[in-house]
Design a protein around this ligand. Structure first.
Ligand code: HEC
Length: 267
C-alpha cells in the first residue's frame, strides 16, 4: 500500500472541515473534537460573509434570457399550431406525385383508337399463321384463303358480312351448302383447311381487324365502306363495336341475315 504523505492528509481533513461549515484548520490543527467549537463559531461568520457579498452583476446571457413581452402578432404566431416536420417530406415528394399524375391522366397513346394499329396486332397474333403476314395466304403457300389483292373485298361487299364470317368461322359462317360471303361466292371446301370461330376477340378488336384487312391490306377507302371504316372507328370505336355485337348476335349458318342489321350496307 502506498503511504499517503502527512501534508495531504492534513489538506483533506481541512477540506472536510470546510465542507462541514467550519474554517480550514491551521496546519498544526488540534484533534477534531477540540476544534469543533471553533468551527461552530466560524460558521455564522461565513454565512454573514455570503450575505454581505454584493449581488453579482447580470451577465450578458442573463440579459438575453430576460423575458420579453411579445407583441400580439408574435404571441399569436407562437400560439398557432406548427406545420409538422413530416410536411417537408410530403412537399419534397410533390413533384414526383405530379409526374405520376400527369402520366396517369394523359390521353391514351396514339394507336389506341387507330384501327390499323389494333387491327395489325390482332391480325399478327391470330391470323397471320394461316393467311401469312401479307395476306397472300394459299396463293403463297399459306393454309388460309388469300385475303389481299382485292380477294377479301370481292368475297365480302359489306364489311359486316366479313365480320359475320370471322365471328363464326368456317363452320358457322357458311350457309348449309358451304358457300359464304355476299359477293363472289366462295366455298369452305375450296381449301382443305378450315378456319375457327374468332368469337373470343373483343368487338373492338374484331372491328379493327376487319378494317385493317379492307383498308390497309386491300386499299379500300372509307368511302367504299361508308358505315364501317377507319375514320368512324377513330372517332368512335364503340359505335363500330356496337355493330359487331349486333352481327355476333345473329344465328350461325345464315350469313344472309347480316342484311337485317341496321348499318348493313344492303340497307
Ligand atoms: C387455321 C388457319 C386459319 C386461321 C388462324 C385464320 N384463318 Fe381465315 N381462313 C382460313 C381458311 C382455310 C379460309 C377459307 C375458308 C375455308 O376453307 O374454310 C379462311 C378464310 C378467311 C376469309 C375469307 C377470305 C375469302 O375471301 O374467301 C377471311 C376474311 C379470313 N379468313 C379472315 C381471317 C382472320 C381475320 C383471321 C384471324 C382473326 C383468320 N382468318 C384466321 C384459315 C384460317
Amino acid at each position: 500500500m502506498t503511504e499517503i504523505p502527512e501534508h495531504l492528509l492534513k489538506k483533506a481533513a481541512a477540506a472536510r472541515a470546510a465542507k462541514a461549515g467550519g474554517e480550514a484548520p491551521a496546519d498544526d490543527a488540534a484533534p477534531a473534537a477540540g476544534d469543533a467549537p471553533a468551527a461552530a463559531a466560524a460558521a455564522p461568520a461565513a454565512v454573514e460573509k455570503k450575505k454581505a457579498a454584493p449581488a453579482p452583476l447580470p451577465t450578458l446571457d442573463e440579459a438575453v434570457a430576460k423575458p420579453v413581452v411579445d407583441i400580439p402578432v408574435v404571441a399569436a404566431a407562437k400560439a398557432r399550431k406548427r406545420v409538422p416536420y413530416w410536411a417537408a417530406t410530403v412537399l419534397a415528394l410533390l413533384p414526383l406525385w405530379g409526374v405520376i399524375y400527369v402520366f396517369s391522366v394523359q390521353p391514351p397513346p396514339a394507336g389506341e383508337t387507330d384501327p390499323f394499329v389494333i387491327g395489325k396486332e390482332v391480325y399478327t397474333a391470330n391470323c397471320a399463321g394461316c393467311h401469312l403476314p401479307s395476306g397472300a395466304g394459299s396463293s403463297a403457300g399459306g393454309t388460309g384463303q388469300q385475303l389481299n389483292e382485292g380477294h377479301a373485298l370481292e368475297t365480302f361487299k359489306d364489311p359486316l358480312a366479313q365480320v359475320y364470317w370471322e365471328h363464326f368461322g368456317s363452320e358457322g359462317g357458311a350457309r348449309p351448302d358451304g358457300t359464304y360471303g355476299d359477293g363472289t361466292p366462295r366455298n369452305v371446301n375450296d381449301l382443305t383447311a378450315n378456319m375457327g370461330a374468332f368469337d373470343t376477340l373483343s368487338p373492338e378488336e374484331m372491328a379493327a381487324v376487319v378494317i385493317y384487312i379492307r383498308e390497309e391490306m386491300n386499299d379500300a377507302t372509307p368511302e367504299d365502306d361508308p358505315n364501317f371504316n377507319s375514320e368512324l372507328f377513330a372517332a368512335d370505336p364503340k359505335a363500330m363495336a356496337a355493330l359487331v355485337e349486333e352481327v355476333a348476335a345473329l344465328k350461325p349458318n345464315d350469313p344472309d341475315s347480316v342484311s337485317t342489321v341496321e348499318g348493313a350496307e344492303s340497307n
